[in-house]
Design a protein around this ligand. Structure first.
Ligand SMILES: NC(=O)c1ccc[n+]([C@@H]2O[C@H](COP(=O)([O-])OP(=O)(O)OC[C@H]3O[C@@H](n4cnc5c(N)ncnc54)[C@H](O)[C@@H]3O)[C@@H](O)[C@H]2O)c1
Ligand SMILES: CC(C)(O)[C@@H](O)C(=O)O
Ligand SMILES: [Mg+2]
Ligand SMILES: [Mg+2]
Length: 348
């Protein structure tokens, strides 16, 4: 375990150097990891674990598109691919990677198979933290651990295949065997994490729900829509509005932020741009602070969890989500984006 100073604050970080893959394999050598759910994280984690040499099986609803996807990813019916009940019975580490709302309906099935000494693994603190809403209360004799990749399961798999690793947080909620900590770290390494940051279930879910509703997804889409709208209403063409709002952001400036920080991106723009951005960023910060505080309160009060569960448990919810995404995709803004993306290949 390394102590690393982040902006003046010491934090505990696990690196692959001190907890190499061989050690992770050693810790989990007698375990069968049953990955339950094959949505986005399910495939990423199950395939990385399998390729890393762990003993993995997948549990999924039969006659679902995810079942077919699992088969096409090389999981074999009756050998490494089972209905949820069977996989949970075979698994000694039950990796609960169902949707957060879906975990509620399946919980009694998993709970029944969580015999003493087994491990319950999550990639989110949701089910445990919001137990008043989920009723997920694990038996006392099992370890309860978390490794939560800080990014999409798609990126987790892509980075793994390219030899990299996505950073994850990890936590122990319940240590029944005295080995929960090393199992959590070993799972984190096994699924293909780069660095592992220690947290607890509550902090993980509060920060994660705030991040995705805020800057990472909700605020990102919202501020893009607002600026595009202003530019269009002031007479700019779709392509001009899109290029100045999205294309330059994703293709030129955000990669520079990722590479070397905000000041580096600023320093690579004109003095005119730097002056204006430095003058205006405070206005944007102040304008969004109340919204972000309201969002955090909504997360901490359980309101966000309640809404996720309520909406996520209704019949036909996947189709509703699809329809909302289609509306986004078919908007002038994102249709313009589709055309602009096609032009990228021509300019290569
Ligand atoms: N999507 C990500 O990249 C990501 C990143 C970090 C953490 N997580 C966490 O990982 C977990 C899994 O997320 P995900 O996005 O992969 O899930 P998801 O929403 O894609 O759902 C996973 C699977 O659950 C199945 N499912 C849902 N309800 C069910 C039910 N009642 N019975 C049986 N199966 C059901 C779905 O068919 C799907 O195959 C969640 O806790 C999530 O918060 C996800
Ligand atoms: C990929 C995200 C947004 O980081 C994750 O938290 C999720 O819920 O999918
Ligand atoms: Mg999330
Ligand atoms: Mg997240």
């Amino acid at each position: 375990m390394a102590t690393i100073n982040f902006g003046g604050v010491d934090e505990t970080v696990i690196t692959r150097d001190e907890f190499p893959l061989d050690k992770a394999r050693q810790v989990l050598r007698d375990e069968t990891i049953a990955v339950i759910g094959y949505g986005v994280q399910g495939p990423g984690q199950a395939l990385n674990l399998r390729d890393n040499g762990f003993n993995v099986i997948v549990g999924q609803r039969q006659d679902s598109s995810s079942w077919e996807k699992a088969k096409s990813d090389g999981w074999i019916e009756g050998e490494t691919l089972f209905p949820i009940e069977e996989a949970a019975a075979h698994g000694t580490i039950i990796a609960n990677l169902l949707s957060d709302a879906g975990q509620i309906a399946v919980w009694p099935t998993l709970k029944e198979r969580l015999t003493p000494g087994k491990t319950l693994y999550f990639s989110h603190g949701f089910g445990i933290t919001f137990k008043e809403h989920t009723s997920i209360v694990p038996p006392a004799e099992v370890d309860v651990i978390l490794a939560a990749p800080k990014g999409s399961g798609t990126s987790l798999r892509r980075l793994f295949l390219s030899g990299g690793g996505l950073n994850s947080s990890f936590a122990v909620y319940q240590d029944a065997t005295g080995k929960a900590y090393e199992k959590a770290v070993a799972m984190g390494i096994g699924i293909g994490s780069g660095y592992l940051f220690e947290t607890d279930f509550k902090k993980e879910v509060y920060s994660d729900l705030t991040g995705e509703r805020g800057v990472l997804m909700g605020a990102l889409a919202g501020i893009i829509e607002a600026q595009y709208q202003v530019l269009r209403q002031r007479g700019h063409s779709p392509s001009e509005a899109f290029n100045e709002t999205v294309e330059e952001l994703t293709q030129s400036l955000v990669p520079l932020v990722g590479e070397n920080g905000m000041d580096w991106m600023y320093a690579n723009c004109s003095v005119t741009a730097q002056r204006g951005a430095l003058d205006w960023k405070g206005r944007f910060r102040e304008a969004t602070l109340p919204v972000l505080n309201e969002l955090y309160d909504s997360v901490a009060s359980g309101k966000e969890a309640e809404r996720t569960i309520q909406r996520g448990s209704t019949q036909g919810y996947r189709q509703e989500l699809e329809a909302e995404l289609a509306e986004l995709r078919e908007s002038e803004l994102w249709q313009t984006g589709a055309t602009v993306r096609q032009l990228r290949s021509l300019s290569k």
